[in-house]
Design a protein around this ligand. Structure first.
Ligand code: ZN
Ligand code: ZN
Length: 305
């Protein structure tokens, strides 16, 4: 059982919806928020004794090795048009090893969030998202999702919105299977009204204003200069909280060579991208003001303001 699942279970919260954004815990917890905070505190206290920073480093380096071995075998398969029985068996074992390592990586994110909830209990509360505060959902787009599994293939699903929609509305949001990125599954699910209740850190300044107000601020040329300056300093840096759904490694901030504006300029890419078809082509575009806020918060501890 995942860390959040256990935490929620202990707090007496039975979720019908997804816990999206493992790095921030976005899920409806209703009147159990206080209980959840107490449970999070206890769970974090218990977990702390396990030296999890070291476990996290071990997880990362093992994941790196496993990804490397998988890449080698996949390259061999492409070269030879197939694999020997022995290699194929090996590759399957490596895939399942990677899956458990990714689950473990997600648990570290959940754990860090439990720490945040335990230490800043008053900052977290339930919010219901409508058109005018849709940016609260957008803030969490692309962060690792804990328990939303594709009904077709069981891979994790990610929150997305229609391509080319700058001002996404409620009906533009949907869940997409992460199998999309290795072309194994194209399943999507509707974003349901029950997905729109979030337990999250509502004290963020960006959440104190409406989605429209946030957009207006970010569209101002003077704001854009400051935002670009801050984000440019972070180029090629690894961004915590955002994992490649295929490889489980943290994504890296990249800038497009030619862009149509600030909300077309930056994206997060998998470090296993190598410029050829054999590399990982997972990208997460940073195409809303809320995502830029989330990126800045994850990397510098301070959002847009
Ligand atoms: Zn799927
Ligand atoms: Zn990747």
């Amino acid at each position: 059982m995942g860390f959040f699942k256990q935490l929620l279970h202990t707090a007496g919260i039975f979720l019908e919806t997804a816990v999206y954004a493992a790095g921030t815990l976005a899920a409806y917890v209703g009147d159990k928020a206080g209980k959840l905070a107490r449970v999070a505190k206890q769970a974090y206290h218990d977990y702390k004794s396990r030296n999890f920073p070291q476990e996290k480093r071990d997880n990362r380096s093992t994941l790196g090795q496993v990804n490397g071995l998988i890449s080698d075998l996949e390259a061999k398969r492409r070269r030879n048009g197939g694999l020997s029985h022995y290699d194929a068996h090996d590759l399957n074992n490596l895939y399942s090893r990677r899956k458990s390592l990714i689950d473990e990586a997600l648990e570290f994110h959940e754990m860090e969030t439990a720490k945040d909830i335990a230490e800043n209990q008053g900052d977290f509360e339930d919010v219901e998202v409508h058109e005018n505060n849709i940016h609260i959902v957008q803030f969490h787009v692309g962060q690792a999702v804990s328990n939303k599994r594709c009904p077709a293939c069981q891979k994790p699903m990610q929150l997305q919105w229609q391509r080319g929609t700058l001002k996404a509305g409620f009906n533009d949001l949907f869940w997409g299977c992460t199998g999309f990125y290795d072309d194994s599954c194209h399943k999507t699910l509707r974003f349901m009204s029950q997905d729109a209740y979030l337990f999250t850190k509502t004290t963020r300044p960006e959440f104190q204003i409406s989605a429209g107000q946030l957009n207006n601020i970010v569209m101002k040329p003077s704001s854009q200069i400051i935002i670009k300056k801050r984000i440019n300093d972070l180029r090629d840096e690894v961004v915590e909280k955002y994992l490649c759904p295929v490889h489980g490694v943290e994504l890296v901030l990249k800038q497009k060579n030619s862009a149509e504006g600030l909300l077309d300029l930056y994206f997060l890419g998998c470090p296993m991208w190598n410029g050829t078809d054999s590399g990982c082509n997972f990208v997460m575009k940073l195409k809303s003001a809320a995502q830029l806020a989330s990126l800045l918060e994850a990397t510098t501890g301070r959002g847009l303001f």
